[in-house]
Design a protein around this ligand. Structure first.
Ligand code: SF4
Length: 184
């Protein structure tokens, strides 16, 4: 068992661990993150490689892709998101149950990438709060696994109140970014 903040090995008996129930729940949750792969372009192929035998995402308990948002814990956005597709992504995010997380994979999902055009959303953090950004075009499967480990650490150390506060703060920033520019 990997150690969480307050989960300790019993010194007299290594087969026992002690800790708070909430920490055990967080530990269990962190090793059973069910991803919703929102793959729209080439980064999706990297996710497929991450899930396949060589990189084996199941080592981190995230091998069960959920194509129903209601059964997913983390939406992994892989590829370009157009304005036409943006409401769909937002709808998927809204349908997920709390606590829910977002990983933005690659330049396109994080910033629009090379597609600085009229039709492409310039970063998914314009419409949903992102937890982990992965740079690259495309990022390597190791980077996707690394983001998962970062998310697991976050999940184990953050309280529910801190999580709510973080999401509230990100939504505030999002709304600020989306305000129309008024030229007088
Ligand atoms: S970041 Fe690069 S590899 Fe990923 S979807 Fe965009 S163009 Fe494709």
């Amino acid at each position: 068992m990997k150690k969480s903040a307050n989960i300790m090995k019993n010194k007299s008996n290594p087969f026992f661990v002690t800790g708070l129930v909430s920490d055990f729940l967080k530990w269990g949750q962190s090793y059973s993150l069910w991803p919703y792969p929102f793959a729209t372009a080439c980064c999706g192929i990297e996710f497929m490689a991450t899930a396949a035998a060589d990189f084996d995402i199941s080592r981190f308990g995230a091998e069960r892709p959920s194509f129903s948002p209601r059964q997913a814990d983390v939406v992994i956005v892989l590829g370009t998101v157009t304005y036409k597709m943006a409401p769909v992504l937002r709808h998927v995010y809204k349908q997920m149950a709390d606590p829910k997380f977002v990983i933005s994979v690659g330049a396109c999902a994080s910033s629009g990438g090379m597609f600085d055009t009229y039709s492409v959303l310039q970063g998914i953090d314009r419409i949903i709060p992102v937890d982990v950004y992965i740079p690259g075009c495309p990022p390597r499967p190791e980077a996707i696994l690394d983001s998962l480990i970062m998310l697991q650490k976050k999940l184990r150390t953050q309280s529910i109140e801190e999580r709510r506060e973080e999401v509230r703060e990100k939504i505030k920033i999002m709304e600020e970014k989306n305000k129309p520019v008024v030229v007088e």
